[in-house]
Structures are given as structure tokens and as C-alpha cells.
Design a binder for this molecule. Structure first.
Ligand code: M6R
Length: 628
């Protein structure tokens, strides 16, 4: 996830572009750059790090002109460096891009075989060269060259392009990554998101997938990538700048919860090979030879990442049949564990900076283990300290409570388990196809679950005055139960505990009475009957059941009906006639955790918001924990 912005008009564009990028910094901030028509052609200035570094670079090398594009980057291909920062240049053409080009490896090879020398590790530079080639092959209009180049590209993109040969225009195009156009008086804008242009215009046009536009100071000409002209009226936006930054959502956390379908799509993009029922090895960070040789997989992580790692452990055991274990980062440091050379240590960390996980990685490396980082930040400390990296593509997460990074980690770890299972022959074509197909359908199913937000909010209202909550789940729903409890305590400050449902009778059952809400994650899977029995045990002790189950499960629904007439318990919990049941669509067992966690994230969110806590920055917590 990166931010792009473009301006064409009569004003000096560099300050407008930099200010626009500042409003998009939430989309990424590892490097930034501008390309501006200065009268001497297109000139670029780029800098690694936050925008203040670009400001400083522009003071040294000012860019003056009225047409330009800018970019703030969140690396997906290639570490954060000046060479990898956008804009990327080929001939007279400069390009900024947000998205992931799936066939970049093949396109790079093709370009190199034609003698092109690429300067960066990015997928974007390839697009710049394809456009430049098309221009040199006689596509005299920039828009025609862009159209020709995009004909070779597969994947997600929002691009903005300028060329020294077309000093008064910007060409933009979009497929699966956001792009808005801003309509002004003798000036026009393009950006990844509305906040970047809100200070200049409130009249916007949303570009659709498969469309491109040519922007000049006085015109916006929209067409399909095939060349059909499109007329679209602009819309007036009345959001405040703050609302716009959160995409109209009240909090970043809620926005990020709703970004999960897109985050999963981006994490799967270019990695799932459905026709061959496999996962693309080059993207996994682990060689086929190593995948075959590993004798144990040792997951290390903290907090939410430890919950996704726990699911990863279950999948590696089930699909690749490799003995696996999970250790909390801080305990690895404390315990001096024994690693052996054929251990694969998988370090899971959203930030890639968590000190306890980093220390575990260093200890494992020192002991001779091979380390694979699963992280959302390219070239982060944990990625650098590891032998390979499998990147999630969730984009920056701003809410302290992790949501989209958790589900992206689940998707990445499930792909890792499938990849290893295929290499080791424990997962046949049919089995792999079944799971990959289910994974591919998850984003659409997530959208269905997220549409049930109002029902979840109604449940949250009922339990607002509770002081404690239990969360139960079995198998891969156990980490989901742990995650649901962690989300609730982090942001609402309500005491919550997650347990393996089978563990309830070994202690927690003593807590259950009419004042104890118990959230049970009970989709139709191979653990269903046992978890259902646990729900009956809760009900027998008058606990308040809240269930996450599969659509159409009338048994769970009937069980969650309260026999008693509506009444208040001592803590004000109302046992109502309507059962507290949230459903997920039918899905293969393996992908259910990506769906069942969504209602729990929303439950925590609404309980916190209704209580009025600081959802995005809960007390005492930090987004990145770089202390012991
Ligand atoms: O960046 P990491 O994934 O390594 O962070 C680990 C934990 O600090 C983090 O998951 C924490 O538990 C979050 N606040 C959870 O919402």
C-alpha cells in the first residue's frame, strides 16, 4: 500500500504534491519522491525515510513546474532505498505506482533480454520501461503508450505517469488499487485517496477498475483501457479532513477491520497458483530443498502475531505433517531453548521490530537454525536478521490493536503450510486445490461478514456493563478465541480470557454463572460436536452464550436462545429473546479462522467505542514494542 498524487494546473506543483503526500503518509512512509516538469524535461527528487527527508532533499534541489506526480512508499518489492523509491524513470517517462505487478519476474526477464538495464528491484520500474518502449515504438500519445504497456501487465495498480514529451498532462490508470480524480478550476488532481486533494477541491471522480484518464489543467478525459470513452459526473465530498483520512470511518481500527478483504487479496496476489494447486515458491522465502529437509518448525512471535503463529503451527502439522511448536518471543530469551540445524524458525511479526521476537531470531540463528520472517514491513529488523522473508501485504496498520495484519498473517502462514505440504508430498493436488480455492474465496466472504456490523453492535450494547468475558474455541479456533479476548481487553479494558474449549472443565468452568458472557467460536468444522457440548455446559450453568457459527446452524441458534424471560442480572446483562449469534458463510475448515475472527474484532471495537475508550491508542500500549 503506497500513496500517489498528481497535479496539473497553473500553480507551482511541488508544495501541493508534498502536502498531498503528507495526507497519504498513513498508506506508507519508507521513502518518497516527486517527478516534475521543470521546463528542462521531467526531473525527479527522491529520499529514503519520512517525508521530512524529501522536504530536505527538495530544499537542496528545488523542482519548479506546474505538472508533476508524487509518491510515498510502503515497500512490497525491494528494500526501502533511494533507488527503489518512486518515481521510476525510463527514457523521458516517470511513473508512480501503488499495487503489485504479479508477472513482474517474467516482464523483468523479457526487458533484460531486450537489453534494458533496470536500476531498481521494484515491479514499478518495469512499467516505466514498458511505457518508454511503447513510445519509442511509435505510440506518440502518452496515453496510447500507457495503454499498450498495461496490456502486458497483470496485477493490481494505480499509476500516474508523466513524460517529457507531454509537458502539460498526466496519465493515470487503475486496476484493483484505489485512484480518485479531483476536479478544480484550471487545475486537476489525481490521488490514492481523498485527503490528499481535499484542501484544493471537494469535487471528485472515482476511477473504476480497467479505466484510465488523461488530465490536463482544463480537461479530464476518462476511457477504458480498451479505449472506449466514458462520461462520469463528479461527486461533492463533504467530509472533514480528519474523516477523510479515516476513509469516513470513526477510527483507524474500524477502517482497518474493513480493509481486511483487500489486505488478503494483496497478500494472495501473485502467490496462489490455482491451476497447478500450488503456491509460488519465489514469493515464500523458503527453497523447495529446505522445505523438504526441515525436521521441525519452531514458531516465535508475541501478542496477536503469536495467535496467528499458533494457527500456522496447526496448519503446518495438518498439511505438511512436520512436528511444530510455538514459543512466545520473550520466553525464548528466558528459556535458552535448544535449536538444531534442521529447525525452521518462523518469526511472525507485524512490525518486524518487536525486540523479544528479534532476540529469539538472533538466538536461533546463532544456534544454526534457518529463520523465515513473516512480516508486514519489508527490510525491517526481523526481516534483515532472518534468512528469508514472507511478506504480508496489509499496508501500514495505524490502530494499535492489530486486525488486518492478523488475518494477513493467517493467509501467509496457510500458504506456507500448503507450500511445504506440496514439496513434501503430504498434500495432494486435490487437497491443495480445495484449500487454495477456499482461501481465494475468503475476501468475498469477509465482505459478507463485515456487512453484519450493526448486528454485532447490538450485541456489544447488551454486554457493555460486563466486567469479564470468556472466549472459547478448539483447534484453529483456539487462537481465534485468544485473539478475540486480547482485542477486547486491549481496547475496552474489559477483562477477557481465551481458552481452548476443551480446557474449560479444568478450571474456568468455575467462573460461569449468569453474569459471565461466554463467546464460543463454533463453526461447522471437525471439532463442532465437541465445541457444541461445551456450549451446552455453559448454558447448563446459566452462562450467557454468544456464538460465532456457520450460516443456517439452527442448533447453535436454538441453544443460544435464553429460556428465561428478559431480565437483568446483577451486572445489568439483559438476557433477551433474540439469541446472540453471529454467522459466517460455509467455508473449508482451514480458512474459517480468517472469517470467525471478524465478528470478534467488531465486538471488541463496538464495546470499546460504546464505552468511549481511546480505540486507536489504548492506554499503556504501543504499536511497536522495542523494549524488553
Ligand atoms: O509487531 P508485532 O506483530 O511483532 O507485535 C507483537 C505484539 O506487540 C502485537 O501483536 C500486540 O499484541 C498488538 N497490540 C495486538 O493488537
Amino acid at each position: 500500500m503506497c500513496g500517489i498524487v498528481g497535479y496539473v494546473g497553473q500553480k507551482d506543483c511541488a508544495p501541493i504534491l508534498v502536502e498531498g503526500l503528507r495526507r497519504l503518509e498513513y498508506r506508507g512512509y519508507d521513502s518518497a519522491g516527486l517527478a516534475v516538469h521543470t521546463g528542462r524535461g521531467v526531473e525527479i527528487v527522491r529520499a529514503v525515510g519520512k517525508l521530512s527527508n524529501l522536504d530536505a532533499a527538495l530544499k537542496k534541489n528545488p523542482l519548479s513546474g506546474t505538472t508533476g506526480i508524487g509518491h510515498t512508499r510502503w515497500a512490497t518489492h525491494g528494500r526501502p532505498s533511494e533507488a527503489n523509491a518512486h518515481p521510476h524513470v525510463a527514457g523521458h517517462v516517470a511513473v508512480v505506482h501503488n499495487g503489485i505487478i504479479e508477472n513482474h519476474v517474467q516482464l523483468r526477464r523479457d526487458l533484460e533480454s531486450r537489453g534494458v538495464k533496470l536500476q531498481s528491484d521494484t515491479d514499478t520500474e518495469i512499467v516505466a520501461h514498458l511505457i518508454d518502449e511503447a513510445m519509442r515504438q511509435g505510440r506518440t500519445r502518452l496515453s496510447e503508450a500507457v495503454r499498450t504497456a498495461l496490456g502486458h501487465v497483470r496485477g493490481a495498480y494505480a499509476i500516474a505517469v508523466v513524460s517529457g514529451d507531454a509537458p502539460d498532462e498526466i496519465v493515470v490508470a487503475k486496476q484493483d488499487s484505489p485512484l480518485v480524480l479531483g476536479i478544480g478550476e484550471n487545475e486537476n488532481f489525481a490521488a490514492s485517496d481523498i485527503p490528499a486533494i481535499l484542501a484544493h477541491t471537494r469535487d471528485i471522480i472515482l476511477l473504476h477498475d480497467g479505466e484510465m484518464a488523461v488530465l490536463t489543467a482544463s480537461h479530464v478525459e476518462i476511457s477504458t483501457l480498451e479505449g472506449t470513452r466514458i462520461t462520469r459526473e463528479h461527486k461533492r465530498i463533504d467530509w472533514s479532513p480528519m474523516q477523510a483520512e479515516k476513509g469516513g470511518y470513526k477510527h483507524f481500527m474500524l477502517k482497518e477491520i474493513h480493509e481486511q478483504p483487500r489486505a488478503i487479496e494483496d497478500t494472495l496476489r501473485g502467490r496462489v497458483d490455482l491451476p497447478n494447486a500450488d503456491v509460488v515458491g519465489a514469493e515464500i522465502g523458503l527453497s523447495a530443498e529446505l522445505a523438504q529437509r526441515v525436521s521441525r518448525v519452531y514458531f516465535v512471535a508475541c501478542g496477536t502475531s503469536a495467535h496467528s503463529a499458533m494457527a500456522g503451527r496447526y496448519w503446518v502439522e495438518q498439511l505438511a505433517r512436520i512436528p511444530s511448536t510455538l514459543e512466545i518471543g520473550s520466553e525464548v530469551r528466558t528459556r535458552d531453548p535448544v535449536f538444531v540445524p534442521n529447525d525452521l524458525v518462523v518469526a511472525v511479526s507485524q512490525s518486524g521490530e518487536t525486540l523479544d521476537t528479534l532476540a529469539a531470531v538472533k538466538a536461533a540463528k546463532a544456534a544454526g537454525a534457518h529463520v523465515l520472517a513473516v512480516t508486514n514491513v519489508v527490510d525491517s529488523a526481523i526481516a534483515r536478521a532472518s534468512d528469508g522473508a514472507l511478506y504480508t501485504h496489509a499496508g501500514p496498520e495505524i490502530g494499535v490493536a492489530s486486525t488486518k495484519c492478523f488475518t494477513s498473517q493467517l493467509a501467509a502462514l496457510l500458504m506456507l503450510a500448503i507450500y511445504m505440504g506440496r514439496r513434501r508430498g503430504t498434500l495432494d493436488t486435490d487437497g491443495a486445490h480445495r484449500v487454495l480455492d477456499a482461501l481465494w474465496r475468503v475476501p468475498a466472504q469477509m465482505r459478507e461478514v463485515l456487512a453484519r456490523g450493526e448486528d454485532i453492535k447490538a450485541i456489544a450494547k447488551k454486554y457493555l456493563r460486563t466486567r469479564d468475558m470468556l472466549f472459547l474455541g478448539r483447534g484453529t479456533e483456539f487462537p481465534v478465541a485468544l485473539e478475540g479476548a486480547l482485542k477486547l481487553k486491549e481496547i475496552s479494558y474489559i477483562h477477557a480470557e481465551g481458552y481452548a474449549a476443551g480446557e474449560m472443565k479444568h478450571g474456568p468452568i468455575a467462573l460461569i454463572d449468569e453474569d459471565m458472557p461466554v463467546v464460543v467460536v463454533c463453526p461447522r468444522d471437525n471439532q463442532y460436536d465437541k465445541t457444541f457440548s461445551n456450549m451446552e455446559e455453559v448454558k447448563a450453568r446459566e452462562g450467557q452464550l454468544i456464538a460465532v457459527c456457520t450460516e443456517g446452524d439452527e442448533d447453535v441458534r436454538a441453544l443460544c436462545f435464553s429460556d428465561a424471560a428478559p431480565r437483568s442480572s446483577t451486572r445489568g446483562i439483559l438476557s433477551a429473546a433474540e439469541p446472540d449469534v453471529i454467522t459466517i458463510p460455509e467455508a473449508a475448515n482451514e480458512v474459517q479462522p480468517l472469517l470467525t475472527v471478524l465478528p470478534l474484532q467488531l465486538l471488541a471495537y463496538y464495546m470499546a467505542d460504546l464505552k468511549g475508550t481511546d480505540v486507536d491508542q489504548p492506554r499503556n500500549l504501543a504499536k511497536t514494542v522495542t523494549v524488553e
